[in-house]
Structure formats: structure tokens, C-alpha cells
Ligand binder design. Structure first.
Ligand code: NAD
Length: 485
């Protein structure tokens, strides 16, 4: 990756080859830790999306579309092995492109390899049913691939979220056009090259970076794309769903969150207050980030004091420094967005307990760094308690009863993740049943498990990624009846 004055051009990846954008356009890829341009990336047009879809259609009709489940599984295992062989290169790309601490980036690349292996292991068991029909004969169902799928990926976990979509998509026998986020396309392009090295035929995986309004919109509207799988903001998810409605494309959406962590008076307060990385991990750019702590009024002061102290102890710094716990935000745009919400919180009357802007360390001045930020005495209707900030900013809100906690927890348009902190098992299960959330953790903030469905209620999305069910999202069911006469 070049850091010289004329950065290297990263071209699109279509049909097993690097190609420039049809209109010659490109966009800079910037390291958020220091503002340097690390690459230029070709910015795909509607014409480039069409070329990629044609390549994917041909691959679906060819060797890949006809491959047996066991062959596809072997190919995905080979891709996982290639990812592991290249873990240092991929982790460094993710580190300098997204601003992740290098150790976290390494973990994410290794985890992406596991996702490909997991779906390689599942696909041979993903068959249909024999159905005891009431008619005279035998009922069978088949699970069949959809065809070309468009996978639109955000910038917060580029290699991981691409794997969540691509692994079940390819395992089920589909082909793909991936549209990475404009800021963070580098690992997607490299994985496409590794897929061909791993023996996956050219055209099965195409990667077209570019602007959402151009390349992303063209992919969502393309008549030969049978499904869009999207992760990102709720507003963009809504636009994609509308585009998919025109030709009844299948669509699954993993959208935003404003996830609550509910701390009851009988909780292990020390442990709950130590869970600060539930919001600061990935510099708060995590759809599951626990951006609201709802705390029983009787333990509010004690909790807040501990939580603020733990927040101050989080090490913000250069992603290449092994001691760093959180790096910069992923871009200047995101910095401005987070800063705008912090200003709004102060003008609404929330009490800023720590953070609120960039660190004072002059060595970090050129980067998009943002201090862990805690607002206390937040009321549930404040904008900072309602909207997804996607930064290291948490609103701590007091509550007076279990019913009050549930009402506040459910009082946003989102429903992705939640945590419940209590020693009372009966209460934990009672509250689980009443909180509108796709994922709920008890006495922890750990939300996402490869083997379990992941997705949201309400405006946090449609469909569930991960777990065995993700293969259903990438297949059609065909019912077959064989006459017994
Ligand atoms: P976004 O939703 O606009 O972008 C996500 C992806 O969608 C990118 O690849 C983008 O190019 C593409 N896209 C944008 N417009 C499109 C369109 N009209 N048709 C098809 N694809 C399109 O997110 P953003 O603007 O980069 O970030 C804004 C906010 O979204 C963030 O601050 C955060 O709140 C939220 N967000 C959430 C997640 C998540 O994991 N749920 C991820 C990223 C961003």
C-alpha cells in the first residue's frame, strides 16, 4: 500500500481481473489515524455494476452454479486458509483503512476465516424435507440458490460483515457482487483475489467499490440481481428496500441500533460498570454498541462514578501501538457527526461527565480521535438518547421501576441488542420477554455469536444473519409432489 504522494490505484475486481471504472473515476482512501491518503480506489458506475452482474450471472450458469455442496464447502475452506495465510497483510489493511487497533484487526480477520469454515461445515446438511402430505403421494422440498446476490457492506467491520454475507451466499451456491463502503474497500478487494487463488472460479465473487448513491443504488435496482443483503443505516436500508420492491428482490437488512444496557439495583454493580467496552469497542462504531445505560435510581450515583472512572482509563491512541484500546473514528465525516451529537447533548441539558471531543495529546492531532464520552442525567426523549451516534458516546439514564426500565428500553425506533444486569434469574427472564430486541445478553455485553441468529426488531432490520438460518436467506424453497398412483 503506497503512502507516497501518488497513491496506488486499487481497481475494481470483476470476473477475476482488476479493471478501472468505466468512467475513469476514483476516490481517495484515507488513514483516519493521520489523514494520509493510502490509496485511490476506482469508483464503480452503473455500467461497472452491470459488467459485474453479467460476470456473476455467467458464473452462476457455469461451474459454480453446478458445483456440489461438498465442492463448494472445500472451496470455502480453501478461502479461509488463504485468509489465514495472509492475516498480517489483511489486518494491516483493516488497521490503516478503518483505524482499528492492529490486535483487534488481527482478531477480526481470523474470525472472518472462521465464518467461511462454519458455513462450509453447514452446507452439506442444508437440505430439504420429506413431508407427510395428506394427498396420495410424497412431498419433498428442495433448497435452491437464488442466483446473483448483491452484498452491500458498511465501513465499521468491513472484512467481518462481508464474511457474514458472502459465506452463506456462496455456500448455498449463489454468486455475488460485493459493494464495499466507499471509505473502506481494501480488504474486500484483496479477499476477491484470494478467492480466485483458493480455486473459486472467476466471476463468482466480484467487488465493485464506489459511491452508495451510484454503485449501491445500481446494484439494488439491477433486474438480474435476485437478492440484496445490506448492513448500514436505517435510512439507507429503507431506500434499498424501496428499490428492491420494484422487481420483488429478496432483501435482508441489518440496520442501526440504540441498544440499552439495563442495570438493576441487585446487579453486580462493579461488573456492570466495568463493561465500558460495550460502547467504546471499535470507537463506538458498532450497531450493537450499548449506547444507553439505564440504571436503577438507587444505584445510579455509585454506578456512574465507577463507569466514568473506567471510561477515563480506556487507552485512546495510535492503532499500531499495542497498548491502544480504541483508535480513531473511521473518517472526518464520522468525527463531525459524533461531535454534532455531543454538542446537541450539551445544548439539551445533559451533564457531560468525561470526554466530549478529541484527546489533548498533540501526537494524535492529525487523526479522527475521540475521547470516551459519558453523558449523565439524560432523559429518554433527548436526541442523544434516541438517535444512533455511532461513536464512543454513552447516555446514562436513571429509572424508577422494572416497568419504567422496559418502557425506556423500548422507547426508540430500534431493537437490535440489549443487556440486562441482575442477580435475579426470574427478573432477567421476565425482562427478556418484554424487551423488543433481536439479541439480549444477561450479565454481559457479548452479543454476536457465529452460531446464533443475529438481527433486529423494528427499524433495526429484517432477517437474521449468522447461525444456520443465514443459509435460508440465500435459498428458495421448491416444493415437489410425486404422485403415489
Ligand atoms: P450508509 O448506510 O449510508 O452506508 C452503508 C453502505 O450502504 C455503504 O456501502 C454505502 O455505500 C451504501 N449505500 C449508501 N447509500 C446507498 C443507496 N442509496 N443504495 C445502495 N447502497 C447505498 O451509512 P453511512 O452514511 O456510511 O453511515 C451513516 C450512519 O449509518 C452511521 O453514522 C451509523 O449511524 C449508521 N451505520 C450503521 C451500521 C451498522 O452496522 N448497522 C454501519 C454503518 C453505518
Amino acid at each position: 500500500m503506497s503512502t507516497s504522494e501518488s497513491p496506488q490505484l486499487q481497481q475494481l475486481y470483476i470476473n477475476g481481473a482488476r479493471v478501472s471504472a468505466s468512467d475513469g473515476s476514483s476516490i481517495p482512501v484515507v488513514n483516519p489515524a493521520n489523514g494520509s491518503t493510502i490509496a485511490m480506489v476506482s469508483s464503480g458506475s452503473a455500467q461497472d455494476i452491470d459488467s459485474a452482474v453479467q460476470a456473476a450471472s455467467a458464473a452462476f450458469k457455469g461451474e459454480w452454479g453446478n458445483a456440489k455442496a461438498g465442492d463448494r464447502a472445500a472451496a470455502l475452506r480453501a478461502l479461509a486458509a488463504k485468509i489465514r495465510e495472509n492475516i498480517e497483510e489483511l489486518a494491516m489493511l483493516e488497521c490503516i483503512n478503518v483505524g482499528k487497533p492492529l490486535s483487534s484487526a488481527r482478531g477480526e480477520v481470523g474470525y472472518a476465516a472462521k465464518v467461511y469454515e462454519y458455513y462450509a461445515g453447514l452446507v452439506s446438511n442444508h437440505g430439504g424435507l420429506t413431508v407427510p402430505v395428506s394427498g396420495n403421494g410424497t412431498g419433498l422440498t428442495f433448497r435452491e440458490p437464488l442466483g446473483v446476490c448483491g452484498l452491500i457492506v458498511p465501513w465499521n467491520f468491513p472484512i467481518v460483515i462481508m464474511a457474514w454475507k458472502l459465506a452463506p451466499c456462496l455456500a448455498a451456491g449463489n454468486t455475488a457482487v460485493v459493494k464495499p463502503a466507499e471509505w473502506t474497500p481494501l480488504t474486500a478487494l484483496r479477499v476477491a483475489e484470494l478467492a480466485v487463488e483458493a480455486g473459486i472460479p472467476a466471476g463468482v465473487l466480484n467487488v465493485v467499490p464506489g459511491l452508495g448513491q451510484v454503485a449501491g443504488a445500481a446494484l439494488s435496482a439491477h433486474p438480474d440481481v435476485r437478492k440484496i443483503s445490506f448492513t448500514g443505516s436505517t435510512a439507507t436500508g429503507s431506500a434499498i428496500m424501496k428499490a428492491c420492491a420494484n422487481d420483488i428482490k429478496r432483501v435482508s437488512l441489518e440496520l442501526g441500533g440504540k441498544s440499552p444496557s439495563i442495570v438493576f439495583e441487585d446487579a453486580d454493580i462493579e461488573k456492570a460498570a466495568a463493561s465500558v467496552m460495550s460502547i467504546y469497542d471499535n470507537t463506538g462504531q458498532d450497531c450493537c454498541g450499548r449506547s444507553r445505560y439505564l440504571v436503577a435510581r438507587s444505584v445510579y450515583s455509585e454506578f456512574l462514578e465507577r463507569f466514568v472512572a473506567n471510561s477515563k482509563a480506556v487507552k485512546v491512541g495510535d492503532p499500531l501501538d499495542a497498548a491502544t484500546e480504541i483508535g480513531p473514528l473511521a473518517s472526518r465525516v464520522q468525527y463531525a457527526r459524533v461531535d454534532g451529537y455531543v454538542q446537541q447533548g450539551m445544548s439539551e441539558g445533559a451533564r457531560l461527565c468525561t470526554g466530549g471531543g478529541g484527546p489533548s495529546n498533540p501526537a494524535l492531532a492529525a487523526g479522527c480521535y475521540f475521547e470516551p464520552t459519558v453523558f449523565a442525567d439524560v432523559t429518554p426523549n433527548m436526541v442523544i438518547a434516541q438517535e444512533e451516534i455511532f461513536g464512543p458516546v454513552v447516555a446514562v439514564i436513571p429509572f424508577d421501576s422494572e416497568e419504567d426500565a422496559i418502557r425506556i428500553a423500548n422507547g426508540t425506533k430500534y431493537g437490535l441488542s440489549a443487556s440486562i444486569w441482575t442477580r435475579d434469574v426470574a427478573r432477567a427472564l421476565r425482562v427478556v420477554r418484554k424487551v423488543d430486541s433481536g439479541v439480549i445478553s444477561i450479565n454481559t455485553s457479548s452479543s454476536v455469536h457465529l452460531e446464533m441468529p443475529f438481527g433486529g426488531f423494528k427499524q433495526s432490520g429484517i432477517g437474521r444473519e449468522l447461525g444456520p438460518g443465514a443459509l435460508d436467506l440465500f435459498t428458495e424453497v421448491k416444493s415437489v409432489f410425486i404422485s403415489g398412483e
